[in-house]
Design a protein around this ligand. Structure first.
Ligand code: NAD
Length: 485
């Protein structure tokens, strides 16, 4: 079992109370993965204070110098890829293949933002008069708080930390308690890469005291949060009185529309991968499948065949397609959502039961579930279910499919499967989502492209990922210089 402490001001520190908690392997809860300090408000305050002290010197470096440290951290992470991926799987549950891809993604993100250092600057704007220089400077905000969920325990901390640091901010991050190890490993890699002490601080523990401290502490200049809408909206309101810049990326209810002209084998494969891959525990997972009625039966047959063949088991075992839910509460939430859907008139075409054969009884395993006869007003068609559960709905035509897809209050990722170019382009125009996929899975993002939701999925003010992600983490100053006299 690995033991971690908070990382504050470049020191490894326990919680002041000395209280600790442990994480268990969700594939076999008899295994304890790691032990952590159970931090409260005092640790959050100490981390913010360390970040405040470190800010000035870090901000004074050039973006190129900061970028070099990020790029080096990327190399360190990549060199440890297999070790980190294995620990990620043990703690969060996803398959080793998925975890390896995620660690690689984190390394690539640091490398990418390292390169952004060479272009991170202001703009020279033509002035109306001769002999005048008009330009902008991009300056860091100060101490930035980051709060992250457990489902991408290395990629999400990386995609927030890297642009925040590149822009010259110092950072206090609180990872989710279900899977904090990777955030500490990122801190270690950055430390080895030469990040000055105190520029990045990690505290772990309950969310509420951390939220209370960042709302109260005037040193906090911004918060970037990824997680549930309930927590995100409460933080937004808590930070509003101080008008703290806040970025929230939250849940989705992502549709995949299957039109009558679609390649149905492709469509079933995309839905299975986007619905059951990552155990459905992705904010961009497909959870609604909206199918033109004329192809419903042949599509369902293909999808059920895929679900039946989907191999569920421990993420570290060879040949496994899907690992367990992260913990008992998430598994129970999935089971409850399925029961509720059945109570409202949906039917199970496949799966939906907890798996308890042999050693699976020691983990939080669920059969991938395909619910049919779902109507747009059922809760299963409206509320996020963070698991491998897809709700299939039949529609008459493309127009109705669009109306159903847009008929929820969230909008993150949305797939259309079709061979009709015109409908694909109309879909791209009219779908209410931050990410649109045509003939591709709803999960999976290019790190160099902007990402974020619309509607209740996001504050929708700044995008994450891509070079533009740094915009959230800086302010622009405009300078007028008259040298005509
Ligand atoms: P969560 O909202 O329960 O927790 C997210 C983080 O907030 C955790 O670190 C948690 O400890 C912290 N937290 C909880 N209460 C807090 C409080 N009062 N003050 C401060 N921090 C607090 O979410 P989760 O269960 O970890 O993650 C799943 C959710 O995240 C899903 O809704 C999913 O869709 C969403 N998600 C969104 C994206 C995206 O980019 N849009 C990506 C991944 C996950």
């Amino acid at each position: 079992m690995k033991s971690y402490n908070n990382w504050i001001g470049g020191q490894s520190l326990p919680a002041q109370s000395n209280a600790r908690f442990v994480t268990h392997n969700p594939a076999d809860v008899r295994e304890t993965v790691a032990e952590y300090p159970k931090s409260g408000q005092a640790e959050a305050a100490a981390a913010i204070s360390a970040a405040k002290d470190a800010f000035g010197k870090w901000a004074a470096l050039t973006p190129v110098a900061r970028g070099r440290i990020l790029a080096k951290a990327g190399q360190i992470i990549e060199a440890r890829k297999s070790e980190l991926a294995e620990r990620l799987t043990r703690e969060e549950g996803k398959t080793l293949t998925e975890a390896t891809g995620e660690v690689q993604r984190a390394a690539d993100i640091f490398r990418f933002f390292g390169g952004v250092g060479y272009t991170h600057g202001g703009q020279v704007i033509p002035h109306d008069l001769p002999g005048n220089l008009l330009y902008t400077r991009r300056e860091p905000l100060g101490v930035v708080a980051l709060i992250t969920p457990w489902n991408f325990p290395i990629a999400i901390p990386a995609w927030k930390m890297a642009p925040a640091l590149l822009a010259g901010n110092s950072v206090v991050i609180k990872p989710a308690s279900a899977a904090p190890a990777m955030t500490f490993e990122l801190a270690q890699a950055l430390d080895e890469a030469g990040l000055p002490k105190g520029v990045l601080n990690v505290v772990v523990g309950e969310g509420r005291p951390f939220g209370t401290e960042i709302a109260r502490n005037s040193a906090i200049a911004a918060l970037s949060f990824t997680g549930s809408h309930a927590v995100g909206s409460s933080l937004y309101q808590a930070l509003a009185p101080r008008m703290v810049r806040t970025q929230l990326e939250m849940g989705g209810k992502n549709p995949t529309i299957v039109l009558a002209d679609a390649d149905l084998d492709l469509a079933a494969g995309l839905v299975a991968r986007a619905g059951f891959g990552l155990t459905g525990q992705a904010c961009t997972a497909t959870s609604r499948v909206i199918v033109e009625r004329s192809v419903l039966a042949p599509f369902l047959e293909r999808l059920v065949n895929k679900a039946r063949a989907w191999k569920v088991g421990p993420g570290l075992a060879a040949g496994v397609d899907m690992g367990p839910a992260v913990n008992e509460a998430e598994l129970q939430g999935n089971l409850d959502a399925i029961q509720q859907a059945l109570g409202e008139g949906a039917n199970l075409a496949w799966g939906g039961a907890r798996l308890t054969d042999g050693d699976l009884a020691h983990g939080w395993f669920l059969q991938p579930a395909v619910l049919t006869d779902v109507t747009p007003f059922m809760r299963i068609a409206r509320d996020e279910v963070f698991g491998p559960v897809v709700a299939v709905m039949a529609v008459d035509d493309f127009e109705q499919a669009l109306a159903v897809a847009n008929g929820v209050d969230v909008g993150l990722s949305a797939t259309l499967v079709t061979r009709d170019l015109k409908k694909a382009l109309v879909y791209a125009e009219r779908i209410e989502a931050g990410v649109v996929k045509i003939n591709q899975i709803s999960t999976g993002l290019a790190l160099q492209a902007p990402f974020g939701g619309v509607k209740k999925s996001s504050t929708d003010s700044f995008k994450e990922q891509g070079a533009g992600a740094v915009d959230f983490y800086c302010r622009t100053k405009t300078i007028y210089l008259d040298y005509s006299a």
